[in-house]
Design a protein around this ligand. Structure first.
Ligand code: 13P
Length: 252
């Protein structure tokens, strides 16, 4: 299975014209055989970008996909501003990020609501990029404490959800490394990958793919994505520049 490089545009860019231009520029970039690139724009641009995606030639579409930055836990209803999995799928969207630390922090998302979101999205056949990761204060207590924290997040986020192999990507994004220019040490990332994969294999009997996220750029991407245990990266800031992101795609 090839590596996956996902772009989380977060609340960028400011206009639809810029979003479309960025998508088109990224779609033009060469992609290594077997690699999958997933672009997750703000919801407001998703429809137009999904349309643009469908306009690409089959050759250019290969290895490229569009994802949501979030997904709600009900298909429809009186839930102002929310977007359900069926809505995403109706646009041809294949992936959804769930449980990003910025949503946990600013929108007060809990493991309980994240669990409900994953349950519905999985039932609907979306591929899920579940974000986990510890804060600096946890990490300062050592790698074992960080693993325990992440293990607890996974336990709660995935509780009672039947998952199929291939459906779940776990993005390990240590909070202290997001947007800070600080990176996890690749050997620590590898350890975390082994821990996450083996514990889910043991407790849930599923194989998951592991992504690293946190200040990934064109200079350090290869240190992570070329590790055998790491299946790709979730990229924030550096995914907003087509040139830079193109280099990251080609570091796999
Ligand atoms: P940065 O790459 O900007 O650190 O963001 C990482 C992230 O949060 C991706 O979801």
């Amino acid at each position: 299975m090839g590596k996956l490089i996902a772009a989380n545009w977060k609340e960028h860019p400011k206009t639809e014209a810029e979003a479309l231009a960025l998508f088109k520029a990224v779609a033009k970039k060469e992609r290594p055989d077997g690699a999958e690139v997933v672009i997750c724009p703000p919801f407001i641009y998703l429809e137009e970008i999904a349309r643009e995606f469908k306009r690409l030639t089959p050759d250019r579409r290969k290895g490229l996909a569009v994802g949501g930055q979030d997904v709600f836990w009900e298909e429809q209803g009186a839930y102002t501003s929310e977007v359900g999995p069926a809505m995403l799928r109706s646009l041809g969207v294949k992936y959804a990020i769930v449980g990003h630390s910025e949503r946990r922090r600013f929108e007060k998302e809990t493991d309980g609501t994240i669990n409900k979101k994953i349950a519905l999205a999985a039932r609907d056949g979306l591929k899920i990029i579940l974000c986990v990761g510890e804060s600096l204060s946890v990490r300062e207590k050592g790698a074992a404490v960080a693993k325990k924290f992440v293990g607890q997040q996974l336990l709660k986020d995935l509780k009672n959800i039947p998952l199929k192999t291939g459906q779940l990507f776990v993005a390990y994004e240590p909070i202290w490394a997001i947007g800070t220019g600080k990176n996890d040490r690749p050997e620590d990332t590898r350890d975390m990958a082994v821990f996450i994969k083996s514990s889910l294999k043991k407790t849930r009997r599923i194989s998951v793919r592991f992504l690293y996220g946190g200040s990934v750029n064109s200079k350090n991407a290869a240190d992570y994505v070329q590790l055998k245990e790491v299946d790709g990266a979730l990229v924030g800031g550096a995914s907003l520049k087509a040139e830079e992101f193109g280099k990251i795609i080609n570091s796999v």
